[in-house]
Design a protein around this ligand. Structure first.
Ligand code: NDP
Length: 387
C-alpha cells in the first residue's frame, strides 16, 4: 500500500538519507511536500525527481527562484514561515521533521496539531518546546518516532517493555573528532576540523554540536522528554566506535543495546517502516572486523556542554530553550569565524547565567524565549570576539 510522505528539510543530510531510502522503494511512497530554507534549485530538482505535489522554501526571498526552477513541472511552489506550517499541516501518513534548529519548531507543531505521525530528527525543536510539544502530542493524538540514532535505539530497546521496569537509559556518544585533544588544541580548533566527524556524515551544525558534545547534551534533554524515566536514570557514556547506539538497563540488571552501522539510513528506515522492518543498503555488522568496543566517562572539564544541558533541564522553565538558542547563535558565530571553538560553551553558559525565562506554556511562549535568548547571545558574543 502506498503511503504519503512530507519531508521538512529535504535538502539536508537527514533529508538526503530519507530520500535515498525512498528512491529504493518508489512504489511504497507518494511524496506530498518537500521543503528547504533557500536551496531552491536543489529543492526543485528533488521535487521533480520524486514527483512531489508541493515544494516550499522557508525563506520567502528564494520563492521566485523556486518558481522558476519548477516552471512547467505542475508542482506547486510556496515560500515563507507560514507556508512551511501550512505545508506541514497537510494530511500525510508520515512527516519527517529534518529542519535544523528551532526554525523547525513551528512546522513540527503544525504536523503534531494535525494529529500526524512525525519522525523527529529536529532535536532542537523538542529541546526548546519540551512539555509544550509532548502535551500537544498527547492532546492531538499524534505519534513521535525518534530518528536520532540514540533515541531510535532506545525506542527499539524499550519495545514491548514497561517503562516502569527501566533502571537506567544510557546514551552513547562517539566523543566527536576532538575526543583526545588537549585544552590548547581545542582552543585553536577550526570549523573545518570540527565538521569532520570520524563516524557520521552530517550537516554542519550538528557536526559542531558533536565536537563540543552539546549534541549529547541536547540528546539528554530529548531523551528526558521522549522516555520519562527521570533525570537520575539517564546517563551518557563515550563509545568511540559508534556501534552501540544506546542502551536500556532493566531492574533485573538485564541491559538491552541496539547495534548497527553508523549510517542514519538505519534509524530512518526503522521510522519509515515502523512497526515493520525494511531492507536497507547497509552492509551487515562485521563484529570481528570492528574487534573492540570501548567505553569512557565523558570529560566535562574539556567538554562542559553535557553539564550545561543537564543543569538546564534540571533548572527547567525556559532554560532548555535558552540553552538551545544560545548554542545555535554561538555555533553559527564559530562557523563564521567570529569566535573560537571553546567559546561556544562559554557563550551558552553566560547566556544561561544572564537570562532566566519563565516556563513557556505555549508555542508562542517558546518562540519568545528563543528570540530573547538569541538577543542575549548576540550581546554576549560581542564580548567574546575571536578567541
Ligand atoms: P542540514 O544542515 O544538513 O539540513 C538542514 C535542512 O533544514 C535543510 O533542508 C535546510 O534547507 C533546512 N533549513 C535550515 N534552516 C532552515 C530554516 N530557517 N527554515 C526552514 N528550513 C531550514 O541538517 P541535518 O540534516 O544534519 O540535520 C537536521 C536535523 O536532524 C537537525 O536537528 C539535527 O540535529 C538532526 N539530526 C541530524 C543527524 C544527521 O546525521 N545529519 C543525525 C541525528 C539528528 P537549505 O538546504 O535550504 O539550507
Amino acid at each position: 500500500m502506498t503511503r504519503s510522505l512530507t519531508i521538512l528539510g529535504a535538502t539536508g543530510s537527514v533529508g538526503a538519507s530519507t530520500l535515498d531510502l525512498i528512491s529504493r522503494n518508489r512504489d511504497d511512497w507518494q511524496v506530498e511536500v518537500l521543503t528547504a530554507n533557500c536551496s531552491a534549485h536543489e529543492l526543485a530538482k528533488l521535487a521533480r525527481e520524486f514527483g512531489a505535489k508541493l515544494a516550499v522554501v522557508g525563506d520567502e526571498s528564494c520563492l521566485a527562484e523556486l518558481r522558476e526552477a519548477l516552471s512547467g513541472s505542475g508542482i506547486e511552489a510556496a515560500g515563507g514561515a507560514q507556508a512551511l506550517c501550512d505545508a506541514a499541516a497537510r494530511p500525510v501518513d508520515l512527516t519527517v521533521a529534518a529542519i535544523v534548529g528551532c526554525a523547525g519548531l513551528a512546522p513540527v507543531m503544525a504536523a503534531i496539531e494535525r494529529g500526524g505521525t512525525v519522525a523527529l530528527a529536529n532535536k532542537e525543536a523538542l529541546v526548546s518546546a519540551g512539555d509544550v510539544m509532548t502535551a500537544a502530542v498527547a492532546n492531538h493524538g499524534a505519534t513521535l518516532l525518534p530518528v536520532d540514532s540514540e533515541h531510535n535505539a532506545i525506542f527499539q530497546c524499550l519495545a514491548g517493555s514497561d517503562i516502569a521496569d527501566v533502571a537506567r537509559i544510557t546514551l552513547t556518544a562517539s566523543g566527536g573528532p576532538f575526543r583526545e585533544w588537549s585544552q590548547a588544541q581545542l582552543d585553536a580548533a577550526t570549523p573545518e576540523q570540527a565538521v569532520a566527524h570520524p563516524n557520521w556524515d552530517m550537516g554542519a551544525k550538528i557536526s559542531v554540536d558533536s565536537a563540543t558534545m552539546m549534541n549529547k547534551g541536547l540528546e539528554f534533554i530529548e531523551a528526558h522528554h521522549l522516555f520519562p524515566v527521570g533525570l537520575d536514570r539517564l546517563g551518557v557514556v563515550v563509545h568511540p566506535q559508534s556501534v552501540i547506539h544506546s542502551m536500556v538497563e532493566y531492574k533485573d540488571r538485564s541491559t538491552l543495546a541496539q547495534l548497527g552501522p553508523s549510517d542514519m539510513r538505519v534509524p530512518i528506515a526503522s521510522c519509515l517502516a515502523h512497526p515493520a522492518r525494511m531492507v536497507t543498503p547497509m552492509q551487515p555488522l562485521d563484529l570481528p572486523m570492528i574487534g573492540e568496543l570501548t567505553f569512557f566517562k565523558p570529560d566535562e572539564a574539556r567538554f562542559p556542554a553535557t553539564r550545561l544541558a543537564r543543569e538546564a533541564i534540571q533548572a527547567g522553565g525556559g532554560a532548555p530553550a535558552t540553552l538551545n538558542a544560545a548554542n545555535e547563535v554561538a555555533v553559527a558565530a564559530f562557523l563564521a569565524g567570529q569566535i573560537g571553538f571553546t567559546r561556544i560553551a562559554v557563550v551558552v553558559e553566560d547566556v544561561l547565567n544572564r537570562y532566566s525565562a519563565a516556563t513557556p506554556l505555549s508555542l508562542d511562549d517558546v518562540l519568545s524565549v528563543d528570540g530573547e535568548a538569541r538577543q542575549y547571545a548576540s550581546a554576549v558574543l560581542e564580548s567574546h570576539a575571536l578567541v
